[in-house]
Design a protein. Structure first.
Length: 263
């Protein structure tokens, strides 16, 4: 490992938890064993990739490729009108790029308050985004460097790129959880208000351990886990988490929506 300072040693490679006190890391120079009193799993998430899409075609991208691209698409169709989809639609439309936004539910930002959703939808439409709610993408067919997108209603839309933003999946495959018996429900590690798993000295934070996938929540969970892993006592029940959507106007919310409160 490389010592970053007296307290931190960085080991670069693919880690797998062998037992509650040991991690085997495949590095460029072979396998290294790291021993630890406590382990914090912070493996994050990756964009979901629905199987019916042609992922080997350059016209189909996720937020990973969108944020690292060296050029801009001439036109784009975004699948998924959640927070990420609406944020990208805001960016592309403000850059003057023809943007289509397809959401299978009957409103954008379905997880937020309906008035906020309506405001975001109107604002995007004002910027020239073609918003298609209550619609599904049936197929994407690569055509040279571009794509033909067929919707459920039979309509075909030709675009340069298709951005898929239908959620994110935890990066927890093949890191040793099954063998250790770490509890996982719906592909998310189960943790308590100490960010502790069902194994006492193993903690997990962020998208790997929480269905609410927000950077600020992951940051808070990191503080909670680190405190408890180093012998202190800190809890956070994560029942009330503020949410921000970086659309224009920006949207902020906390607590239950009206619809959730009625339920």
């Amino acid at each position: 490992g490389v010592e970053l300072n007296k307290q931190i040693t960085l080991v670069t490679g693919r880690g797998r938890i062998v037992d509650p006190a040991r991690i085997a890391v495949q590095t460029a120079d072979g396998e290294v064993t790291v021993n630890a009193k406590s382990i914090i799993i912070a493996t994050g998430s990756k964009p979901a990739r629905p199987g019916f899409l042609p992922w080997d075609a350059p016209c189909v991208i996720t937020s990973d490729e969108a944020t690292t691209a060296s050029d801009l698409p001439q036109s784009i169709l975004i699948i998924g009108g959640g927070v990420i989809g609406c944020e990208f639609a805001t960016v592309y439309s403000e850059l003057g790029i023809k943007t289509y936004l397809v959401e299978m539910q009957d409103k954008l930002l379905p997880e937020l308050d309906k008035e906020a959703s309506a405001t975001a939808e109107a604002s995007l439409a004002d910027r020239g985004v073609e918003v298609l709610t209550a619609q599904r993408v049936a197929s994407v067919t690569p055509k040279g460097d571009s794509a033909s997108v067929e919707l459920d209603d039979g309509r075909n839309i030709g675009v340069h790129r298709v951005l898929v933003s239908v959620g994110r999946e935890a990066n927890i495959a093949d890191i040793g959880l099954e063998e250790l018996g770490v509890e996982v429900v719906d592909n998310i590690i189960t943790v308590d208000d100490h960010c502790r798993t069902n194994i006492e000295n193993i903690y997990a934070i962020g998208d790997a351990a929480e269905a609410q996938q927000y950077a600020h929540l992951a940051d808070r969970m990191g503080i909670v886990a680190a405190d408890n892993a180093t012998g202190h006592e800190l809890t956070d029940d994560r029942t009330v988490v503020p949410v921000g959507a970086y659309t224009h106007p920006e949207i902020a919310s906390v607590g239950l929506t009206l619809a959730q409160a009625k339920e």
